[in-house]
Design a protein around this ligand. Structure first.
Ligand SMILES: O=P(O)(O)OC[C@H]1O[C@H](OP(=O)(O)OP(=O)(O)O)[C@H](O)[C@@H]1O
Ligand SMILES: Nc1nc2[nH]cnc2c(=O)[nH]1
Length: 178
């Protein structure tokens, strides 16, 4: 599988170091609170797992599965709920955990939904931010790395449901995408 990777953008060590720092920031920010951490499946799963191990305060976990890419490289523009939360968000401090913000359509949809459901506060943490892709007016409170205008894979991020299990983030060789 590794010979399908053109370039590694962030190594496993760099991701772990950044994740630890983000975890420490979140610990300070939520001291004495009991936030609901919401992982956006499937891509955020590895990041959420590593991030929350570095958060030293009580935190409840839940998951939302939304999809708009259908395994490909282009957002359909229509965000679909595949699995909703099991938890009430009314009155809760939320920590939305994303692997990447690209067009921002997924996050925009979730923020509107959770505001409508009466969340007390919404904090967004994303491992990757791709500002060049933005179509919706949203931004994260905490960002691990900024990525260039390229379709990235690994550490949760897929192309046609593959590469999520890579421990690093990279770009595929052009012939794999075509
Ligand atoms: O900012 P956007 O352009 O909306 O893109 C970001 C979203 O796209 C990916 O999810 P996807 O819909 O591919 O589902 P997946 O996580 O299950 O792969 C990624 O995990 C983010 O949730
Ligand atoms: N795998 C992957 N999924 C995305 N969803 C939105 N942007 C991206 C990206 O660059 N890579």
């Amino acid at each position: 599988m590794h010979n399908e990777i053109e370039e590694i953008l962030f190594t496993e060590d760099e991701i772990q170091k950044q994740t630890k720092e983000l975890g420490q920031t979140i610990t300070k920010q939520f001291e004495g609170k009991f936030p609901l951490a919401i992982g956006v499946l499937k891509g955020a799963m590895p990041f959420m797992s590593d991030l929350l191990k570095n958060v030293n305060t009580h935190v409840e976990m839940d998951f939302m599965d939304v999809s708009s890419y259908g395994g490909g490289m282009e957002s359909s523009g229509e965000v679909r709920i595949v699995k909703d939360l099991n938890t009430q968000v009314k009155g809760r401090d939320l920590l939305i955990i994303e692997d990447i913000i690209d067009s921002g359509l997924t996050l925009g949809y979730l923020v509107d939904l959770f505001k409508h459901r009466g969340a007390k506060s919404i904090t967004i943490v994303t491992l990757l931010d791709k500002p060049s892709g933005r179509k919706a007016d949203v931004s994260a409170d905490l960002v691990g790395f900024e990525v260039p205008d390229a379709f990235v894979v690994g550490y949760g991020l897929d192309f046609e449901e593959k590469y999520r299990n890579l421990p690093y983030i990279g770009v595929l060789k052009p012939e794999i995408y075509s």
